[in-house]
Design a protein around this ligand. Structure first.
Ligand code: NAD
Length: 254
C-alpha cells in the first residue's frame, strides 16, 4: 500500500472478478478513486457494495453503445480519467478444425476489439487527465500473446491471436499517445489462480505440470498481476511506454 496514486481517477474493466478485482483493490489501496466496469452488475455490487470511492459501471466492452454510455458516466462524475486498465477478457478452448466463426468473433470482440473501443472512448478523458502526472493505459495481455502453451492440453488459437492483437495495439497506440503524455503498456500474466483458470487448475496433472515448468515454483495470484499494473499505472514508470511486463514466475524464460 502506497499513496502514489492519490487523487488519480482509475478505471478497470472486468473489475468484478479475478485479476480485475485484485487490480481494482490495489489501485484503491494506492490512493486512486476507482471506476469499476463489468458486464455483470450483480457481481460488481457484491464486490464493491456501496463504497463511496468506487463508481460502479455496468458495460459490455465488446458493445460500442454500451462503452460510450459507460464513458459518459465517467465524464459526468469526474470530467477526466488518469488510468485505464483494459482487463476484461474471455477464454475459450477448442481445436482449430472445430473452431467456429462465431466463437472466433466472440473472443476477438471481448479481448481485442473491447480494449480498442474502451481506449478510444476514454481517450478524450485521458487527455483531459491530471496534467501533473503521466496518464496510463495498461492492457492485460497474456504470455499466450508471445508463446503457445498447447501442451497444456487446451488448444486456444483464437485466444492466442486475440492477445497477440492486443499486444500490437498496445505498442502502436503507445507511439500515437506519447505526445499527449499518455503511456500505454501491457502486463502479460502467466497462469493465475482465478475463476478463468479454475477448470484447468482443478486437474492435478495440469497443476503439477505447471509447477514443474515454473521457475518460481508456484501458481500466480491475482495480486501478482495487480502489483505489476500499479507500477505501470504510476509515475514510477513515467518513462516506460510500449512495453510488456511479464508476471509469470519465469515461465517465458525458457
Ligand atoms: P475472470 O473470468 O475471473 O474475470 C473476468 C471478468 O471480466 C469477469 O468479472 C467478467 O464478468 C468480466 N467480463 C467478461 N466479459 C466482459 C465484457 N464483454 N465486458 C465487460 N466485462 C466483461 O478472468 P481473469 O482470470 O481475472 O482474467 C482477466 C484478464 O486476465 C483477461 O483479460 C485474461 O485474458 C487475462 N489473463 C488471465 C490469466 C489467468 O491465468 N487467469 C492469464 C493470462 C491473462
Amino acid at each position: 500500500m502506497t499513496n502514489r496514486l492519490d487523487g488519480r481517477i482509475a478505471a478497470v474493466t472486468g473489475a468484478a472478478s479475478g485479476n480485475g478485482r485484485a487490480i481494482a483493490e490495489k489501485l484503491l489501496a494506492d490512493g486512486a478513486t476507482l471506476v469499476a466496469i463489468d458486464l455483470n452488475p450483480d457481481a460488481l455490487a457484491s464486490v464493491f457494495g456501496d463504497r463511496p470511492e468506487v463508481l460502479q459501471v455496468q458495460a459490455d466492452v465488446a458493445d460500442e453503445a454500451s462503452v460510450k454510455a459507460g464513458m459518459a458516466k465517467i465524464a459526468e462524475a469526474f470530467g477526466r480519467l488518469d488510468i485505464l486498465v483494459n482487463n476484461a477478457g474471455i477464454v475459450k478452448f477448442g481445436t482449430f478444425e472445430e473452431l467456429s466463426r462465431a466463437e472466433w468473433d466472440q473472443v476477438f470482440a471481448v479481448n481485442s476489439t473491447g480494449p480498442f473501443l474502451v481506449s478510444r472512448e476514454a481517450y478524450g478523458l485521458l487527455r483531459a487527465g491530471d496534467g501533473d502526472h503521466t496518464r496510463a493505459i495498461v492492457n492485460i495481455t497474456s504470455v499466450e500473446a508471445h508463446i503457445v502453451i498447447s501442451s497444456s492440453g487446451h488448444p486456444q488459437i483464437h485466444y492466442n491471436a486475440s492477445k497477440g492483437a492486443l499486444l500490437q495495439l498496445t505498442r502502436a497506440l503507445a507511439v500515437e499517445a506519447a505526445s499527449s503524455g499518455i503511456r500505454v503498456n501491457a502486463v502479460a500474466p502467466g497462469f493465475i489462480e482465478t475463476p478463468f483458470t479454475a477448470e484447468a487448475l482443478g486437474k492435478e496433472e495440469v497443476r503439477n505440470w505447471l509447477l514443474e515448468r515454473t521457475p518460481m515454483g508456484r501458481i500466480g495470484k491475482p495480486e501478482d498481476v495487480a502489483n505489476g499494473v500499479a507500477f505501470l499505472a504510476s509515475d514510477d514508470a513515467s518513462w516506460v511506454t510500449g512495453t510488456t511486463l511479464f508476471v509469470d514466475g519465469g515461465w517465458t524464460i525458457y
